[in-house]
Design a protein around this ligand. Structure first.
Ligand SMILES: NC(=O)c1ccc[n+]([C@@H]2O[C@H](COP(=O)([O-])OP(=O)(O)OC[C@H]3O[C@@H](n4cnc5c(N)ncnc54)[C@H](OP(=O)(O)O)[C@@H]3O)[C@@H](O)[C@H]2O)c1
Length: 257
């Protein structure tokens, strides 16, 4: 069994960003990598993001943690997705069942692949508050080694059940949607309002949101999706201590509205 904790770190998400544009993927990965990012998340659902990510990692693959997903209604289709992932990544460090699709059906073959060493750990994801009960069931099954869920000042449902459960079970938590898919970035606060966060290394509103997520000690990885190399570097820079205390967290929540 691999060491349980995955973080705290900033990871690079690839939804809606890398699909089919291998050159863009290379630029974004290069910038994120240069700023210390080593965790990358993808899925067969994200167009051609997986092969773009694989090509962008090239000789960095050994040092990277690749998290991707199985998004398939049947084990046969899931195995086909996995076979392609092995071509692109060699091995999958965190293989997640995407949006809980057929998770019970996939577990048998996924566990065999983990046993054989082609998968590092198994995870499970969902983005919707309506899926919380089923996500909790999957976590309680004892057969997953990580969970991915949404968390930001506008989406806090996970704080009620899933984060306490993850803590109780010792399950690493990977957070998606730290900017609520940029809903939280539309009307950023005045720079002056972020002044109290400057001494904690925060220079911008996106960085405040990244640090807000990682300051919850139950969180291991915060995934930021971007197609902008500069944004990838800025997000990565918010992934180190000092972390926020209760006052800074409340300030970010108030500024998020
Ligand atoms: N069901 C699931 O398993 C699931 C669901 C959703 C997401 N995810 C994973 O979680 C990752 C993150 O979620 P997400 O991509 O949906 O949403 P997100 O990270 O909350 O938001 C992405 C948006 O934020 C913008 N952005 C990022 N950094 C920025 C910065 N420093 N300054 C200004 N704008 C910035 C991006 O625009 P720019 O391109 O202009 O930077 C993009 O429009 C995904 O990529 C995916 O890997 C998984």
């Amino acid at each position: 069994m691999e060491e349980r904790r995955l973080g705290p770190v900033v990871g690079l998400g690839t939804w809606n960003t890398f699909g089919g544009d291998a050159e863009l993927a290379r630029d974004v990965v290069e910038s994120a990598w240069g700023s210390g990012t080593r965790f990358f998340d993808s899925s067969p659902m994200y167009g051609k993001a997986e092969p773009s990510l694989g090509a962008a990692l090239t000789d960095r693959r050994g040092e990277a943690t690749v998290a991707t997903k199985i998004w398939a209604p049947t084990p046969d289709q899931g195995r086909e997705q996995f076979a392609r992932q092995l071509e692109w990544f060699g091995r999958v460090d965190v293989e997640q069942v995407h949006n809980l699709v057929s998770w019970r059906e996939h577990l048998g073959w996924l566990e065999a692949e983990r046993e054989a060493g082609r998968i590092g750990r198994l995870g499970v994801t969902h983005y919707s508050p309506f899926a919380i009960d089923e996500l909790a069931d999957a976590m309680r099954s004892g057969r997953f080694d990580a969970v991915q869920l949404p968390l930001n000042p506008h989406e806090r449902a996970a704080e009620r059940t899933l984060l306490p459960l993850a803590e109780e079970l010792g399950l690493p938590v990977i957070v998606m949607r730290p900017f609520a898919d940029d809903e939280l970035l539309d009307r950023p606060p005045d720079p002056g309002e972020l002044e109290p966060l400057a001494e904690l290394g925060v220079e911008s509103w996106p960085q405040a949101l990244v640090k807000w997520v990682l300051s919850d000690q139950r969180v291991d990885v915060v995934l930021c999706g971007t197609r902008n190399p500069l944004h990838a570097a800025q997000n990565a820079a918010a992934g180190s201590p000092p972390w926020f205390g209760p006052d800074e967290r409340r300030l970010v929540e108030r500024l998020a509205g």
